[in-house]
Design a protein around this ligand. Structure first.
Ligand code: PGA
Length: 249
């Protein structure tokens, strides 16, 4: 069975309650079946690694698609690993749409992250136009196909996050039924492109997840966890979401 994850993506924010208070609060998470990961901005990564309780792992929000070199402002996957990160978010829709990351860039980042010993959290998902055109399943399948790099065969783990772009930061989450349908499309794409690992790959949902909608989102029994943006900035809300994973079938 795939692992379960609650992943906090702080984006370019820090929790208003302060990093140390936030991390102390997460120490009370007692769900043996679900792992908690916090992805802070790069600058705070070492602080979070130093202060995180033993049950909380740390991830980067992005990484470079090159090992080293004259790339002003970039951070390599190896550097992330050396600073104590174990995970890295790759291909988040904000990176794709605001910073021009193509599927080819995402594939290079994925391969390097795996080579550096990080567990990649690969984000995929359709925008409103693609959904309206009835092409969401084709799009996620294509995103998975272009991320099927040879390095995956040596990866210890890969996490996929289904994040419909129209649901991110908008307060309009997908329904449990919609998510269930897309997750089965994603599983079937995984079985075609990564046959050796499709049944072990956790598939998370992200997009306006809050304590109020996890009952519906999780009701279909197919979600392996959540990638949480806005609501992850409040430790109480994030803990409620993480603890909610316990009741998933
Ligand atoms: P949101 O962000 O929860 O604020 O919608 C999710 C994400 O971007 O990963």
């Amino acid at each position: 069975m795939p692992g379960r994850y609650a992943i906090a993506n702080w984006k370019m924010n820090v929790p208003p309650e302060g990093i140390d208070t936030y991390l102390r609060a997460l120490a009370s998470h007692r769900n043996g079946r679900a792992s908690v990961v916090v992805a802070p901005p790069f600058l705070y990564l070492k602080d979070v690694v130093a202060q995180a309780p033993a049950n909380v792992a740390v991830g980067g929000q992005n990484c470079a698609d090159q090992r080293a070199g004259a790339l002003t402002g970039e951070v390599s996957p190896t550097m992330l690993r050396e600073c104590g990160a174990r995970f890295v978010i790759i291909g988040h829709s904000e990176r794709r749409s605001l910073f021009g990351e193509t599927d080819a860039v995402v594939a290079r980042k994925l391969a390097l992250a795996i080579e550096s010993g990080l567990t990649p959290i690969l984000c995929i998902g359709e925008d409103q136009r693609v959904r309206d055109a009835g092409e969401a399943a084709i799009l996620v399948s294509n995103q998975i196909r272009s991320a099927a790099v040879p390095a995956l065969e040596s990866a210890r783990e890969l996490i996929v996050a289904y994040e419909p772009v129209w649901a991110i930061g908008t307060g309009r989450n997908a329904t449990g039924a919609m998510v269930a349908e897309m997750i089965s499309e994603i599983r079937s794409a995984l079985s075609r492109f990564w046959p050796s690992r499709h049944s072990k790959t956790p598939i998370l949902y992200g997009g306006s997840v809050t304590p109020d909608n996890i009952a519906d989102l999780g009701s279909n029994g197919r979600i392996d966890g959540y990638l949480v943006g806005g609501a992850s900035l409040d430790s109480a809300k994030f803990l409620t979401i993480a603890n909610g994973l316990m009741s998933l079938q």
